[in-house]
Design a protein around this ligand. Structure first.
Ligand code: AMP
Ligand code: ZN
Length: 115
């Protein structure tokens, strides 16, 4: 999608700080970090929201998301302290980029409930 910021990052048209990638997903640093570690894990395929995930994605993409979470938690030394994985979905969920993504936040004590 030419007007999608994450598709443009995936295609190398917008710069990012990549931290992990494989056939199905990429991960890069959030441009406006809300914690000492704030990464975005994003499928290469343009899937607008969680509600647009289809059966094939459940096999190919979703397992890779959580494999990346575990890999990155190790890479960024979050295993011991813990971390949070967030998917904002739709307007009430606070989603601002309409390309499925999972936030990985850590490196400080996170509060609950979120705003
Ligand atoms: P959400 O509100 O869940 O849709 O999250 C979108 C996230 O994308 C926000 O945390 C933004 O800071 C982040 N973001 C937007 N544009 C960029 C960009 N060019 N590079 C990295 N992160 C971005
Ligand atoms: Zn996209």
């Amino acid at each position: 999608m030419s007007d999608c910021v994450f598709c443009n990052i995936i295609e190398g048209k917008i710069p990012s700080v990549p931290v992990y990638e494989n056939e199905h997903i990429i991960a890069f640093k959030d441009i406006n970090p809300q914690a000492p570690t704030h990464l975005l894990i994003v499928p290469r395929k343009h899937i607008p929201t969680t509600m647009d995930i289809v059966e094939g994605d459940m096999k190919d993409i979703i397992p890779e998301i959580f494999a990346a979470v575990k890999h990155l938690a190790g890479q960024f030394n979050l295993e011991q302290g813990g971390f949070r994985v967030v998917n904002n979905c739709g307007k009430d969920g606070g989603q601002t980029v309409d390309h499925l993504h999972f936030h990985l936040l850590g490196g400080r004590q996170l509060t609950w409930p979120p705003g």
